[in-house]
Unconditional design. Structure first.
Length: 209
C-alpha cells in the first residue's frame, strides 16, 4: 500500500540510510578508541579526574550526535527533497528511534574496540558483525522469508528492531504506542552492550595504566 508502483528507491533509500547508520556508528566510535590507544592518549585520560563511563559516554554522544544530524539531513534533503519519496510518518519519532539505536550500536562499537588491539584487527572484527546485523535485519530481505527458527532468533538484534520501527513509523505512520516494543528492545540492547563495553573498557584502561 505504501509503494503500489513498486518504485525501488522508495524502499531502498530509507533502508540504505539505516545500513549506513550501523556501519558509521560502529566504525567511528571503535576507531576513536583504537586510535587513542595507538597514539598513547589513553595515558592522558588516565591522569584526568574522569571515570571510564564518562569517557565512553563522551564518545557515544559526540559520534552519535554527528550521525543523527547526518540522518536528518539525508532524510530531508536526499530522500524527501531529491528522490521525492513520500514519507507520511513522524520524523521526530523516527529520529528518537534513531538516537536510541545509535546508543546501542555505538556501545557495540566500543565493545568491539576493546576486543581488538589495532585498527586492522578492529576492521576484521567489525566487518562480519556488520554483515550479520545487516543481512538479518530485514533491510535486505524480509524477516518473514527467513527460516522460522531464525525469525525468532533475529528479534534479539537491535538492527532488526530498528528496521521494524522505521518501516512502521515512516511507511505506515505508526505512533508511539505501536512502536513502543521496538523502542524498549533497542534501549535494552544498548544498555546491555554498554554494561559489557564499560566492563571491558575499565579492564583495558587498567592494563594501559
Amino acid at each position: 500500500m505504501f509503494n503500489p508502483n513498486n518504485q525501488s528507491e522508495w524502499f531502498s533509500s530509507v533502508m540504505l540510510v539505516e545500513t549506513n547508520v550501523t556501519v558509521l556508528a560502529i566504525i567511528l566510535v571503535g576507531a576513536a578508541v583504537i586510535r587513542e590507544r595507538e597514539h598513547g592518549t589513553i595515558e592522558h585520560l588516565l591522569v584526568m579526574p574522569v571515570r571510564p563511563s564518562e569517557i565512553a559516554m563522551a564518545k557515544i554522544l559526540a559520534n552519535g550526535g554527528v550521525i543523527v544530524l547526518a540522518v536528518w539531513l539525508s532524510l530531508e534533503l536526499v530522500i524527501r527533497g531529491w528522490l521525492q519519496v513520500p514519507l507520511p510518518g513522524s520524523v521526530p519519532l523516527f529520529m528518537l528511534g534513531t538516537a536510541l539505536y545509535l546508543f546501542a550500536v555505538t556501545a557495540l562499537g566500543i565493545l568491539l574496540a576493546t576486543l581488538a588491539s589495532s585498527m586492522p584487527q578492529f576492521g576484521l572484527l567489525a566487518a562480519p558483525v556488520y554483515v550479520v546485523l545487516y543481512l538479518l535485519s530485514g533491510a535486505a530481505t524480509p524477516v518473514e522469508s527467513m527460516p522460522e527458527l531464525l525469525q525468532h532468533i533475529v528479534q534479539i538484534s537491535p538492527t532488526t528492531q530498528y528496521v521494524k520501527l522505521t518501516q512502521a513509523v515512516l511507511y505506515r505512520n505508526a505512533g508511539v504506542r505501536l512502536v513502543l516494543p521496538q523502542l524498549l528492545a533497542v534501549s535494552a540492547a544498548g544498555g546491555l552492550f554498554l554494561v559489557i563495553a564499560l566492563t571491558r573498557f575499565r579492564s583495558m584502561l587498567a592494563r594501559q595504566g
